[in-house]
Design a binder for this molecule. Structure first.
Ligand SMILES: Nc1ncnc2c1ncn2[C@@H]1O[C@H](COP(=O)(O)OP(=O)(O)OP(=O)(O)O)[C@@H](O)[C@H]1O
Length: 294
């Protein structure tokens, strides 16, 4: 099972680009697609789910070009878009049965599958309640249920944790990890911790381009020796911070303890620390920015 993206660009009206010459091969497992707002993640998700066409390049599912033959992938695709909405007056069973019917799934098979999914997603007890009474996390779980109706080989979820509280976010991440198995899961997000526990691979996009595609351990290795901890008096911090790439700060009675991403030691008072994935992400994004402006 493989999804191959070759030199894909998406040019919108005017001179705006969603993607620029992006190539990526995705294999079984969970790919965390990371990038800041406006990086091109949703554009890529829409192309992969055949909702939109690239203006250049090719996307293949097991060597079949899905830009020419989108039905190849539609039957094995599950997609949770960023702007997923429910019909508020239907209950969970009615809503899922409705979606199964318009996708042409056999009624009997769909009924059984919906029952299984409602159990899997911990929604069985509330299955007869109207969807307008559901919390954000419950609605997202309904969103995942509809994406799994056909037991897809390719599951694409776009920014699924936006608007969820921390507990719901953790539950959702764990759920995605459970669902990975024998399929390709693509999880697009701008929140690094969403992919930290689940992703087998990470692809970072910025300004429509692929910055890096690597295993989480390789990303961490790339940031090794670049992350510094520095305790600085509170009154000088405001001035110093303008010149630095800061990954985190903690205020304390001694001053501000900050983590700085830099190729060279920012001050004799700073010392190296082990990078987190968040640090590595910031490092990759900023290294690429410097290359582009050099
Ligand atoms: N329909 C459109 N017309 C014109 N420009 C667009 C359109 N859709 C997206 N863009 C532009 O393409 C770029 C990538 O947008 P996209 O929504 O794919 O990014 P994203 O990484 O998903 O960001 P976000 O997390 O904010 O949704 C942005 O500069 C955006 O303004």
């Amino acid at each position: 099972m493989k999804l191959t993206i070759e030199n894909v660009s998406k040019k919108y009206k005017g001179d705006s680009y969603g993607l620029r010459d992006l190539s990526l091969q995705i294999n079984t497992g969970v790919l965390g697609l990371l990038g800041p707002n406006g990086a091109g993640k949703s554009t890529l998700m829409r192309i992969l789910s055949t909702i939109t066409q690239p203006t250049a390049g090719k996307v293949s599912w097991n060597d079949i070009d899905i830009t020419k033959d989108p039905n190849t992938v539609r039957g094995i695709l599950g997609y949770l878009p960023q702007d997923f909405g429910v019909y508020p007056h239907l209950n969970a069973v009615e809503f899922l049965e409705y979606l199964a019917a318009i996708r042409g799934l056999d009624h009997k098979i769909a009924k059984k599958r919906i029952d299984e999914l409602l159990f899997l997603l911990n929604l069985h007890e509330v299955r007869k309640k109207p969807l307008h009474s559901f919390s954000g996390g419950m609605k997202q779980r309904v969103g995942i249920a509809q994406a799994l109706l056909n037991d897809p080989k390719l599951l694409i979820v776009d920014e699924p944790t936006v608007g969820l509280d921390p507990e719901e976010r953790i539950r959702f991440r764990n759920l995605l990890a459970e669902l990975s198995g024998d399929r390709i899961v693509i999880l697009s997000t701008h929140i690094v911790s969403d992919v930290e526990a689940t992703a087998t691979d990470i692809a970072i996009v910025n300004q429509g381009r692929l910055v890096i595609h690597a295993a989480p351990s390789e990303l961490l290795a790339a940031a090794e020796g670049k992350v510094w901890e520095w305790l600085i008096p509170s009154d000088t911090w405001m001035e110093v911070r303008k010149q630095l790439l800061i990954s985190s700060t903690i205020q304390s009675s001694e001053g501000v303890r900050m983590k700085v991403i830099a190729d060279i030691q920012p001050s004799a008072e700073s010392h190296l620390v082990t990078p987190t994935l968040e640090d590595a992400y910031l490092y990759c994004i900023s290294a690429k920015k410097q290359e582009a402006t050099a």
